[in-house]
Design a protein. Structure first.
Length: 284
């Protein structure tokens, strides 16, 4: 008898399906890398991801519920087990912005951007003396620190400490280019509570209005310019369009964005593009 194809996510097989009348209302609706998100009926969501690197989603949401009025999914429970981290929350109504985008009017898109920016205004009132999580631990951001995924960073209490961490990605860059970049580094204070990943997958909408912001696992206190700069990191065309509109309603940090783009380009050295060639030009 030939072996059956068994679903690696739920262990279901065609013969098991044929042998009963059960139709599961627990569905895997999102998966990337080694993590997945399941819907339980229409009311709950279960996130299943590795326990390492640790994530701060539960503590972040509890903190935000205590200090803001942001539309976020209430926590039901969370726990770690056998190297995995499980997080159960209520489900926010609507659908992800990436799914709704094509059917939205320009007015809808700008309304959602304005409503998202109003949420970010609340975050910008939350400050810390250090770059850290809300409970004083290192942050995990492969965007801000392009030296690899799952590496803890901080806490940092000064621009110099932050630069020393940045410099770990520049060890092979010529000294004159590194020195010039350091001279341009913008001040990072006040360290501000930041989501850091406002991709269209993490924005929930319904009837042209914002209903929720998802994925707070890497949020924490970051340089005050990081929310604006990170919102300039985009993937496919719809996400680029979304973030271009969102930028219109956010406090602008254009010089800081150019600094970070130069820093990131140099961190890829010896990969060279036009930006890197300009940055590597010797001093006059």
């Amino acid at each position: 008898m030939a072996s059956e194809n068994v679903c690696s996510a739920c262990s279901w097989s065609p013969s098991r399906q044929d042998g009963c009348r059960y139709h599961s209302q627990i569905k895997l609706f999102y998966g990337v890398s080694d993590r997945g998100v399941w819907s339980v009926g229409s009311k709950l969501v279960i996130k299943d991801r590795p326990a390492r690197p640790p994530n701060s989603e539960a503590v972040n949401i509890a903190f935000l519920q205590a200090h803001t009025t942001l539309p976020i999914a209430p926590i039901v429970t969370s726990w770690d087990e056998d190297g995995r981290s499980f997080f159960v929350s209520k489900r926010i109504p609507g659908k992800p912005l990436n799914e709704a985008w094509a059917s939205m009017t320009a007015e809808d898109k700008h309304r959602v951007a304005k409503q998202t920016s109003a949420c970010l205004d609340q975050l910008r009132l939350l400050h810390s003396l250090r770059v850290q999580t809300v409970d004083g631990k290192p942050v995990f951001s492969a965007f801000l620190f392009p030296v690899g995924y799952g590496i803890p960073h901080g806490p940092f209490s000064s621009d110099q400490e932050l630069w020393e961490e940045f410099a770990k990605a520049l060890q092979h860059v010529p000294e004159h280019a590194t020195k010039r970049l350091r001279e341009r580094m913008p001040t990072s204070t006040p360290y501000t509570f930041t989501h850091g990943d406002l991709t269209n997958v993490n924005i929930m909408v319904q009837d042209g209005h914002l209903t929720g912001i998802l994925d707070w696992e890497s949020a924490g206190y970051y340089p005050t310019w990081w929310e604006f700069v990170s919102a300039g990191i985009s993937g496919e065309e719809d996400d680029r369009e979304w973030k271009t509109i969102l930028h219109e309603y956010m406090p602008a940090y254009h010089n800081e964005r150019e600094f970070f783009r130069d820093y990131y380009a140099l961190s890829r050295y010896p990969v060279v593009n036009e930006r890197v060639e300009r940055l590597l030009q010797p001093p006059c």
